[in-house]
Design a protein around this ligand. Structure first.
Ligand code: SF4
Length: 406
């Protein structure tokens, strides 16, 4: 008998509480709207949901036995009918990941530049309506944070900030990028969506990767969760990956905030988005992240829970659907879960993260964006990765190879 890949004891089985979804608007795109929006408007939320939940074991088995999968196969793989096939899914996902990525695990770490934000988001500690201490790193504080991150061994970094254009807008980014670039060979960013020309200017300064999560593709509930500020513009956010593709960015990351809506339907829309982008901007690389709602100051209860088993199902479904995609898991998840998911499809994980500006050295008490679950140091996580026979990678090499720098 083969050793099971799924450690059932390590996975909690939370009850799946599907909230009833409301009707999804199906208005036609306005003239002049191009890009993903046109594809998106051809799909109705409730129809997608019905079609996912109607998938049966026949469709699941078909999807598992193919060598190339479609979006309909992805629906089958994320459906409740696929849960009994989790062991098979894990085995295929692991094989495909080993074939494409080998026994490597890329590590990454966020550097929070600021917690100032002009938006209200119902799920975030940095939301404007949270009356808390706000800071934006000065050049001196930034250098202190960089020194600590470099001492962990990292050669690439993920910059994060709230959305406050006057203090952490383009002027600030243009000022800090040369400082950061001098210390890291790869810069990723998770900040407010920008215009194409702004992305082009930052790419010239060394920007390599942008993470921009739609949070939820349920337009009506998106408006509920983003009642104030620029982020309330659903369409501007939805079109951001198109602007990044047009700017010829090296890599972009997509995802949804799991817990805001039915994760199966949101994940289908995210896969639809990925499928569209890979065809439209084929030179760009892509990654998917799986953030689950975590406690923070102001606490929003998830509308829909996803169990650990279901999260494994989702990760494996993405891998089986797309062999090339990078799959990422953050320190939002517990030690136990991260240790167990390592060999099942994930290719990158954060380690040693602090989610507050100055969190590594200058202002350890400043407000966190959300609570970390896995609090091990980068060295401890690297050790765990090695114990499992994998090699921790501290630098995103691909860009350097492509540029012929090495
Ligand atoms: S999620 Fe982003 S935009 Fe929303 S409040 Fe938090 S930092 Fe601001």
């Amino acid at each position: 008998m083969k050793t099971p890949l799924i450690n059932a004891g390590a996975l909690q089985n939370l009850e799946h509480k599907n909230g009833k979804s409301s009707n999804f608007p199906t208005t036609n795109p306005a003239p002049g709207n191009f890009g993903f929006q046109q594809v998106f408007r051809q799909h109705n939320w409730d129809d997608v949901k019905d079609s996912i939940y109607a998938k049966g074991s026949v469709e699941v088995e078909e999807a598992l036995h193919k060598t190339k999968r479609t979006l309909e196969d992805f629906k089958a793989l994320i459906s409740p009918s696929a849960l009994p096939y989790l062991e098979d899914m894990a085995r295929i996902s692991r094989q495909l990941t080993l074939k494409r990525f080998g026994k490597t695990m890329q590590l990454y770490i966020p550097l929070y530049l600021s917690n100032e934000c002009q938006n209200i988001c119902t799920y975030c500690g940095f939301s404007l309506d949270n009356k808390v201490h706000r800071i934006t790193l000065t050049e001196k504080q930034l250098l202190q944070e960089i020194e600590v991150i470099k001492s962990f061994g990292y050669d690439h970094v993920l910059l994060v900030s709230g959305e406050a254009n006057k203090t952490v807008g383009m002027d600030y980014f243009k000022k800090v990028f040369p400082i950061i670039r001098a210390h890291f060979s790869h810069i990723s960013m998770e900040v407010q969506p920008l215009d194409q020309e702004e992305y082009e200017a930052l790419i010239d300064l060394g920007l390599n990767t942008v993470l921009v999560y739609q949070e939820t593709y349920h337009e009506e509930n998106y408006k509920f969760h983003h009642p104030k500020g620029k982020k309330s513009n659903f369409e501007y956010r939805l079109e951001t990956p198109d602007r990044l593709g047009k700017a010829e960015l090296y890599k972009m990351g997509l995802g949804v905030l799991i817990g805001l809506e039915d994760w199966r339907v949101d994940s289908f829309f995210c896969a639809l988005h990925l499928d569209y982008l890979e065809k439209a901007y084929w030179k760009t690389k892509y990654s998917i992240s799986f953030p689950r709602l975590r406690p923070y100051v102001g606490n929003l209860e998830p509308k829909v829970n996803i169990s650990d088993k279901e999260l494994v199902q989702l990760i494996c479904a993405y891998r089986i659907f797309n062999e090339e995609i990078e799959l990422s898991i953050s320190t939002r998840e517990s030690e136990k879960f991260r240790d167990n998911i390592l060999k099942l499809g994930i290719t990158s994980m954060s380690a040693g993260s602090k989610t507050n500006p100055g969190g590594y050295v200058t202002d350890k008490e400043a407000l966190e964006q959300f609570e970390i679950s896995d609090e091990r140091t980068p060295a401890q996580i690297a050790e765990m990765i090695k114990r499992q026979g994998y090699e921790p990678i501290w630098k995103d090499w691909d860009k350097s190879f492509n540029a012929g720098v090495l």
